[in-house]
Design a binder for this molecule. Sequence first.
Ligand code: C5P
Length: 226
Amino acid sequence: MAKKIIITIDGWSSCGKSTLAKQLARKLGLVYVDSGAMYRAITLYFLRNHVDWTSHREVTKALGLIHLDFHFNEKTESSEIFLNDENVEYVIRDLVVAEKVSDVAAIREVREFAVAQQQKLGSKKGIVMDGRDIGTVVFPHAELKIFMTADNAVRVERRFKELFEKNPNITIEEVKNNLEMRDYIDSHREVSPLRKADDAIVLDNTHLTEEEQFQKALNWAKEKSR
Ligand code: C5P
């Protein structure tokens, strides 16, 4: 029987990390965890409850009131995030959340809160997790680490299409600015900035189809599962 491994997928915003992670999880019978959804859900809570995240006291108090959970949805065949028992999988994709999430994710207490839960989810192995610091900080000993990248224009176009379906008022400029801003903050923050782990394999999907990218990653995963 194949070994249950940990696969980490890190990289820039809108590189298709979650698409690949879900495909690998389904094919290999692993659990998929979207770590970005956790930072988005925390940001949603802070916004809704007017938490002043420049205040250490307020952040700590708010984190004590946040309970995050993932539930598998049989219909969509993927896991969805719950914030204090409310399904927030869709609302966290809103640009209002995307505009603030990188500031919130840069806060040390927020990262400690999220990372502890991520490590617990992976304690039994058999997991694919995507994010920014999964191969460097959350699971530094993962069997397979992938670092995804793609040309900026391609990433903007992909995210624009996705968001436009839900909100036809959105402009390509807004999407572009948001991606650039998040990538900048994510890679320049003091606590666990986005960077490629030394032992991660780079996957540039600018010129790859989803299927080509999947086959490459699947081969790497099979090698590591032997
Ligand atoms: O992956 P996604 O784009 O949904 O992540 C949203 C944001 O959450 C990122 O831009 C980043 O600020 C933060 N994030 C993080 N560390 C992770 C995953 C996401 O800082 N492991």
